[in-house]
Design a protein around this ligand. Structure first.
Ligand code: NAD
Ligand code: DAU
Length: 354
């Protein structure tokens, strides 16, 4: 990728931290990464502590809030930013239902501030890559898949705020000629995912013998992608994708939630047999459904495959196995982030059971 000073926003979160590690391991990337993150509950500098130590000079962290236009402008000026990869967002659908304000601020206003700062760099600016989600397309029936031509029909405050940011990115390309690319990806899983999301939440609860909450009838379908496959797709789009274009990214791995929860139970039983015998499947608990819960997502990524040759390397079975192993091997990481704030979220979302 041709960049001297790459601003990665939200680099201390799940996908951003995996992306920074992935990029620094790629021999073709010669630039400097400036990671700007304001460290919300989901941002954890520990996700990159090894990188910070081994790549001084090539990797810098700055605590910065993208909602503050002056701070964003200062970042661009101080570091001569020529490229942006924009991950920073409020990302959890359930939180957006209970407290939508910060989703509007970060996902819409934050993106606007970054686009304005990028525009002010003039012709020296190379690329603004915006990370988005398949949730902007809404919910599918039992057949079919989202293409880049599917109309936007977001159903949650989260997906509506992401849709809004996508439209801004498109408008800055059309109106000001800003060089942009945009990717809409399906559900990611893998190391360093905050345990409010289905897969890490279920792994940790299963290990601790706690109830495994499944919303509604458990038959909602998501299309799962291992996080490093997402990172490689982003790298390729930034390097070779056509400017002004959108690319869908997916895993060809449609799964019902209940099937995933059962697979996790079996993997945890295999790696850490329950002391008193039995199966972790006994912990599965059906709970009240998420309001406006999208029934099914599936991604058609033919455009990305045809134009850039990308396809996922990891199958769902192999990726899930690696992920469960990672959480078992990094208990100290999850213990540290399951802070007071995390505990109060769990109480508010799932009741007093915890
Ligand atoms: P995450 O919640 O794990 O991380 C978000 C990061 O952004 C955190 O480090 C947080 O501190 C930072 N951040 C939040 N508000 C900020 C602000 N105002 N200023 C600076 N930093 C701020 O999220 P994730 O799962 O890594 O998702 C990253 C991006 O990918 C998001 O844009 C999300 O919409 C998109 N996405 C996620 C998935 C998924 O399955 N997780 C799938 C498709 C797209
Ligand atoms: O599709 C991409 C999106 O995937 C991203 O844009 C979002 O940032 C990311 O959070 C994710 O959204 P989901 O809502 O699909 O992910 P989550 O892990 O929250 O839920 C996955 C499915 O599991 C969903 O159908 C709801 C269900 N679920 C979730 C939790 C947390 C449960 O049944 N029980 C739970 O406790």
């Amino acid at each position: 990728m041709n960049s001297e000073n790459l601003l990665v926003t939200g680099g201390c979160g799940f996908i951003g931290s995996n992306f920074i590690r992935h990029l620094l391991a790629n021999a073709d990337f010669k630039g400097r990464i400036i990671n700007a993150d304001n460290l919300t509950y989901a941002g954890n500098p520990e996700n990159l502590s090894d990188v910070a130590e081994t790549r001084p000079g090539w990797y810098l962290f700055r605590k910065a809030d993208i909602c503050d236009a002056a701070v964003v402008r200062e970042l661009f000026d101080n570091y001569g930013i020529d490229t942006v990869c924009h991950f920073a967002a409020e990302s959890h659908v359930d939180r957006s239902i209970l407290m939508p304000d910060s989703f509007i601020q970060t996902n819409i206003i934050g993106t606007f501030n970054l686009l304005e700062a990028a525009r002010s760099r003039g012709t020296g600016f190379r690329l603004f890559h915006h990370i988005s989600t398949d949730e902007v397309y809404g919910s599918l029936g039992p057949v079919g898949a989202f293409t880049e031509e599917t109309p936007y029909r977001p159903n949650s405050p989260y997906s509506a705020s992401k849709a809004s940011s996508d439209h801004l990115v498109r408008a800055y390309h059309e109106t000001y000629g800003l060089p942009t690319t945009l990717s809409n990806c399906s559900n990611n899983y893998g190391p360093y995912q905050f345990p409010e999301k289905l897969i890490p939440l279920v792994i940790l609860n299963a290990l601790e013998g706690k109830p495994l909450p499944v919303y509604g009838d458990g038959k909602n379908v998501r299309d799962w992608l291992y996080v490093t496959d997402h990172c490689e797709a982003i790298r390729q789009i930034m390097e070779k994708g056509r400017r002004g274009e959108t690319y869908n990214i997916g895993g060809h791995a449609e799964m019902e939630n209940i099937a995933i929860v059962e697979m996790i139970c079996d993997l945890v039983d295999e790696f850490a047999p329950p002391p008193k015998g039995g199966s972790r499947r006994q912990l599965i608990t059906f709970v009240k459904d998420r309001p406006g819960h999208d029934r099914r997502y599936a991604i058609d990524f033919k455009k990305l495959h045809k134009e850039l040759g990308w396809s996922p390397a990891e199958s769902f079975a192999s990726g899930l196995r690696k992920t469960v192993r990672w959480y078992l091997d990094h208990r100290a990481w999850s213990e540290r982030i399951r802070s007071g704030e995390y505990q109060s979220w769990i109480r508010e979302q799932y009741g007093e059971r915890e």
